[in-house]
Design a binder for this molecule. Structure first.
Ligand SMILES: NC(=O)c1ccc[n+]([C@@H]2O[C@H](COP(=O)([O-])OP(=O)(O)OC[C@H]3O[C@@H](n4cnc5c(N)ncnc54)[C@H](OP(=O)(O)O)[C@@H]3O)[C@@H](O)[C@H]2O)c1
Length: 254
């Protein structure tokens, strides 16, 4: 089997599995964080270590794909690499240490599945963008898809960072409990961090105009839309004074 045929096969399996996973996650809430349950999904590891281990393949594999790429000198490829690295250096090496941990560890199975997911996703996107597709010339920097996609990515990134920061600040050192987040987009929705993440990868798909990036955007929504619904239901069940007009994910809509 050539690398190209493996790439094609994995890409279609990856995309199809996102569509299959989406409805399943409305019935199965993955047991980490507030949805963790003692003994569910087997032994656990320290959640900070779990975040670093499972996210680290994303920047490492993607950067390696860019580094060995024949398109490395082109500006669009450099911008795509910079966007990805901004998100994933933060996610793998900053976010795990900024979050204030709760009481629960992370199931080893979830860390392992996420590590595999991130490895495959970074390889598909890195090889897809920087090797298997025709290089995008510098004129792409003025294409409306690139401009709108980068703007969407950056807006989503800012929202995701801010929303995760608000959550981290809810816990004083040593506190492992849950509180009602306030301010920013929390005025309107329960999971603005997920909304930001979905906007980011939708923007990346638009800016790159590539199938692996679209598959990743679909996966992100498939993961986070059902979880936003579970988070919202959990807030309502946990806090009787939870703001009644706050929606799950999309302001004023849902
Ligand atoms: N691209 C993808 O498919 C994908 C998938 C999953 C996550 N992510 C991203 O990864 C980040 C973290 O995801 P997550 O699912 O762990 O988010 P989350 O459930 O919102 O939790 C984020 C952090 O805030 C804490 N926290 C949440 N709600 C809190 C509250 N009401 N009071 C006090 N602390 C609270 C959590 O503590 P506990 O851990 O103790 O609950 C955790 O440390 C997000 O930015 C998300 O967008 C991306």
């Amino acid at each position: 089997m050539t690398e190209r045929s493996l790439y094609d096969l994995l890409l279609y399996v990856f995309l199809a599995s996102a569509f299959l996973t989406f409805p399943v996650l409305f019935f199965v809430t993955v047991p980490y964080g507030r949805h963790g349950r003692a003994g569910a999904w087997g032994p656990t590891i320290n959640a900070t270590l779990g975040w670093v281990l499972m996210e680290a393949p994303s920047p490492l594999v993607f950067f390696a794909c860019w580094w060995v790429s024949p398109h490395r000198g082109a500006w669009p490829a450099t911008v795509f690499c910079a966007l990805w690295m901004c998100h994933y250096i933060h996610r793998a090496f900053v976010f795990p240490f900024r979050r204030r941990p709760g009481e629960r560890g992370m199931p080893l199975l979830i860390a392992g599945m996420s590590l595999l997911f991130n490895f495959v996703n970074a390889w598909l996107n890195g090889r897809g963008l920087f090797y298997f597709s025709a290089p995008l010339g510098d004129a792409w920097l003025l294409d409306p898809r690139f401009v709108a996609g980068v703007a969407l990515f950056l807006g989503g990134f800012a929202l995701n960072l801010h929303a995760d920061r608000v959550l981290a600040m809810l816990r004083k050192p040593g506190d492992t409990g849950y509180h009602i987040p306030q301010g920013g987009l929390y005025r309107y929705v329960s999971s603005p961090n997920y909304l930001g993440e979905i906007l980011e990868w939708s923007g990346f798909a638009l800016a790159t105009w590539s199938l692996p990036a679209l598959a990743f955007a679909v996966w992100t929504a498939a993961n986070l839309v059902p979880r936003a619904r579970s988070n919202h239901a959990w807030y309502r069940a946990t806090f009787p004074d939870y703001p009644p007009l706050r929606r799950a994910l999309v302001p004023f809509v849902w």
